[in-house]
Ligand binder design. Sequence first.
Ligand code: FPP
Length: 246
Amino acid sequence: MNEFQDIDLTQIPQHIAIIMDGNGRWAKKQMETRTFGHNAGVEAVRQVVEGCVELGVKHLTLYAFSTENWNRPQYEVDALMTLLVKALRAELKTFQKNGVKLNTIGDLGKLPNNCQTQLLDTFEATKDGDRLQLNLALSYSSRWEILRAVNSIVKDIRVNDFSEEVTESVFKTYLDTKDIPDPDLLIRTSGEFRISNFLLWQLAYAELYFTEVFWPDFSKKELAKAILDFQKRERRFGKTSEQVKS
Ligand code: FPP
């Protein structure tokens, strides 16, 4: 079965961002632990990464751990960190084979040392990947990122004689996503309709796609549905429909 047969390969979003939600509810439905749900979520990550490589998507940004997630029970935080290290180790060969380059956004210094080490090793080992950049948002929140940018600009004005006008393109250089194009498509799973402090600046013109499917059930087929929906939209960026068509 080819999940992607109906997709127009000339209209592929170059950047897809995903809020992976519903691991806990998926697990609860089958009377399993939340950790079981997160483990199952890794398989969905694998499918989506592979799907993006096949389709020629250039950037995939996954909200893997938010700043607010530090407030979860310690056992769950620990389980997620352990899972991250395990998944990075297990996926390395596939990343290399598929041309996947790993990148992160967020406050990496907050992660346990073994996670930081594993991430740095994986950055190095995948740095030549030129098909898909996988951006994991880890200890990330958009307000944190924007405030840090503002504080860096203030510091540059005070200390480094910065005197340019702060335009959108200047501001962008202070964000973790400075080298990443804005997302074209945001997907959120599990029937929630929120942005949850994710890429607030960058999502300004993204198409939003919400699905009831819990993250562990998200598959290449579900990715295809989201992209087909995206391809039906008319992206106007503030212009009229006539202007866009002419
Ligand atoms: C949200 O589901 C999911 C997360 C907070 C973590 C996402 C992590 C993974 C998919 C696994 C590890 C990821 C990588 C990149 C290796 P939830 O727990 O909030 O679900 P609920 O709303 O049903 O409780």
